[in-house]
Design a protein around this ligand. Structure first.
Ligand code: FCB
Length: 400
């Protein structure tokens, strides 16, 4: 499938970008809960993150490559475990590090979208009990306030928490003694965590707005594209609500909402129905389904209403087949274009992910537009990076 080159519904200022998350690319995030988990045999994590892509030191190179490819936007996260390694101790050096990243992005013509929390927390916060602990919301809000020097100027978009629904699902798993990243379909989220992260988000929105009211603040929701088997429409709606809708509804009044989707999940009268045995699957075992993002956008828009713009903040495929990666992006962008043509206010498309990175337990799920050579950390853009970056260049920047 190819995107019709004559089709250009993407509005001016559309975000053409790629996304990453600190823990997945920086390396040696030793004060985080994930680092500890990765080194706990009981957690049965396939492999630890260790040096990851060494982006903590090589972020300039990452940004150089993205800008050269033609991208205009870069979403990255700042790491709470580095910024506040001990409770109440805020590292001026780490804050300066992330400020340099913001300035480095701007200098290269990349608009920075900064995520304040992407799954990982400092170990001291985990020891306290995480988001459901007493005072947790205030502690998160204080961390956000301390990020002021990073985001106060030149950052058009801030995401408070990435995929709060996955945080609640993972908390539910942990309470049942299971670890790791949940399968598509998703176990029931922990309700206490749901309430806590929604409160944390609202407090963070307030804090960001008090830092600079011009910052567009929102959060990003994992959308599983639950599709009802005929007759199971009500079951599907009930299944979806605590896993997704409650988090979309909590974004009412935000400046934008992030849509993140990869595949679909069929729901029958008894719950999730696995994809047929002969369905094409990606390296994460998810069904190959590039149309997912279109369903995710339409569902989100319907729920949040016309006043909140949408940004696709993650979408992509784990594959070793580079033609299939391009096919996936072309199919997905076709779906995004159709949503815009139907009048939905979609403001951007950020691919997941800029780099092959640490996919929460494994390096084998290669989502990257750019390959990273193990050991040397050399960056090598893949064909999809040139294809997608080219779209950014052609459709966004004036031709010379
Ligand atoms: C999302 C996460 C991101 C990455 C992709 C594949 O759920 O936000 O960190 O793991 O899935």
């Amino acid at each position: 499938m190819t995107l019709d080159p004559a089709r250009t519904p993407f509005p001016d200022g559309f975000l053409w970008g790629a996304s990453t998350a600190a823990h997945q690319i920086e390396g040696n995030n030793v004060n985080s809960d994930w680092w500890r988990k990765e080194h706990d045999p009981a957690a049965k994590i396939q492999e630890p993150s260790l040096d990851a892509c060494d982006s903590y030191h090589r972020w300039e190179q990452d940004m150089d490559v993205l800008a050269e490819l033609g991208f205009t936007d870069y979403r990255f996260s700042v790491e709470w475990a580095r910024i506040e390694p001990a409770r109440g101790h805020f590292s001026r050096a780490e804050i300066a590090h992330y400020r340099r990243m913001v300035e480095g992005a701007i200098a290269r013509g990349l608009r920075p979208m900064v995520t304040l929390h992407h799954f990982t927390i400092p170990q001291w916060f985990e020891d306290l009990g995480g988001f459901t602990a007493e005072g947790a919301v205030e502690l998160f809000a204080r961390y956000v306030e301390e990020c002021a020097p990073i985001i106060a100027e030149g950052v058009p978009y801030v995401c408070t928490l990435n995929e709060p629904n996955m945080i609640a699902v993972m908390a539910g798993l942990a309470k049942r003694g299971e670890q790791g990243f949940p399968p598509a379909g998703l176990p029931f989220p922990d309700e206490e965590t749901t309430h806590a992260v929604i409160a944390a988000h609202h407090a963070a929105v307030k804090a960001v707005r008090s830092i600079n009211p011009d910052i567009q603040v929102g959060w990003t929701i994992a959308n599983q594209v639950y599709q009802a088997v005929p007759g199971a429409e009500e079951v599907t709606a009930a299944y979806r609500h605590p896993r997704e809708d409650v988090f979309i509804e909590a974004a009412c009044g935000d400046d934008w909402i992030g849509v993140q989707s990869y595949t679909r999940t069929k729901i029958g009268p008894e719950g999730p129905v696995p994809a047929p045995a002969d369905a094409e699957r990606t390296l994460t075992q998810w069904e190959y389904y590039p149309a997912a993002v279109g369903y995710a956008i339409r569902h989100t828009a319907e729920l949040i209403g016309p006043d909140t713009p949408l940004i696709v903040t993650e979408n992509g495929i784990a594959t070793g087949d580079e033609q299939r990666r391009i096919d996936y992006y072309a199919g997905a962008l076709d779906a995004v274009a159709a949503c815009i043509e139907d009048g939905i206010d979609v403001r951007g498309y950020l691919a997941w992910s800029a780099l092959d990175n640490y996919e929460w337990g494994t390096y084998k799920a290669t989502f990257g537009l750019i390959a990273v050579e193990p050991g040397t950390f050399a960056r090598k853009p893949k064909p999809a990076a040139h294809w997608l970056g080219g779209l950014g260049r052609e459709r966004h920047l004036p031709r010379l």
